[in-house]
Design a protein around this ligand. Structure first.
Ligand code: PGA
Length: 268
């Protein structure tokens, strides 16, 4: 059992209009205000780039002294280079300037559909660290890899590629930047087929063992589960000793579902 504060992170993916982004943020802020003191979990949303300014302004209005106090703001990707002539890309320092404190990196949709390589994910993680952004780095196996019993070696290889950055990270949020690992089995993403809590726990324990063998701070590193998490299955997943939070796609687009994942309810 780790004593990490659970992280509940919403990945809005390529969804929403300005109006729906605002409505969702306002609903989440209202629900999070009702949290019992001391509140338990840390909450994060990662809207599409174009909605970041809008969501940031809404969060700043809610808690002017600290815009991320109730709900932190993150992006879903960043450029592998620090700046310059790169049409269509967004740099880590731009995200910091826009009020982000987090970024999701190496999501399987980017790896498999957009051809993002391990080397690119490493470069992006390094850019995030240089800019002072906390990162959620995604790893996970395909269904075929699981059936071939290659889940753990596949994940270890994805993590090994990140070692140069992981060695410079400060797990547990101490110091400048934190790297959180998200285990997201590809067959469970957006399919409604979540991994069972026991199966996810097994992989999380393997990831924590691997971190230990590399001399990294295994117990202080937060490891999230992602893949068809919803209010109905979150408590079981979060009860597992090595599951330190969740990365939520579809269910993070609904105020009630997302709050329900952290055991909260939306205000009527
Ligand atoms: P899902 O997506 O919750 O819709 O399965 C999770 C993710 O891709 O991060």
């Amino acid at each position: 059992m780790t004593d990490c504060v659970p992280l509940i992170a919403g990945n809005w993916k390529m969804n929403g209009t300005r109006a729906s982004a605002l409505e969702l943020t306002r609903g989440l802020v209202a629900g999070l205000r009702e949290r019992p003191p001391g509140g338990g979990s840390q909450w994060l949303v990662c809207p599409p780039f174009v909605h970041l300014p809008l969501v940031e302004a809404c969060l700043r209005e809610a808690t002017p002294e600290d815009a991320g106090a109730l709900l932190a703001l993150g992006a879903q990707n960043l450029a592998a280079t620090a700046g310059g002539a790169l049409t269509g890309e967004v740099s880590a320092s731009m995200l910091r300037d826009a009020g982000c404190t987090w970024v999701i990196l190496g999501h399987s949709e980017r790896r498999t559909l957009l051809g993002e390589t391990d080397a690119q994910v490493l470069a992006k993680l390094q850019r995030a660290q240089e800019a002072g952004l906390h990162s959620i780095v995604c790893v996970g196996e395909t269904e075929a890899q699981r059936e071939a019993q290659r889940t753990v070696p596949v994940i270890e290889a994805q993590l090994e590629a990140l070692l140069p950055a992981l060695q410079g990270a400060s797990p547990g949020g101490l110091g400048a930047t934190e790297v959180v690992i998200a285990y997201e089995p590809i067959w469970a993403i957006g399919t409604g087929r979540s991994a069972t809590a026991e199966l996810a726990q097994e992989v999380h324990a393997a990831i924590r063992r691997w971190l230990g063998t590399q001399g990294l701070e295994a117990r202080a590193t937060r490891i999230l589960y992602g893949g068809s998490v919803k209010a109905a299955n979150a408590a079981q997943l979060l009860a597992m000793p090595d599951i330190d939070g969740v990365l939520v796609g579809g269910a993070s687009l609904s105020v009630g579902e997302f709050l329900g994942i952290g055991g909260l309810s939306s205000r009527p």
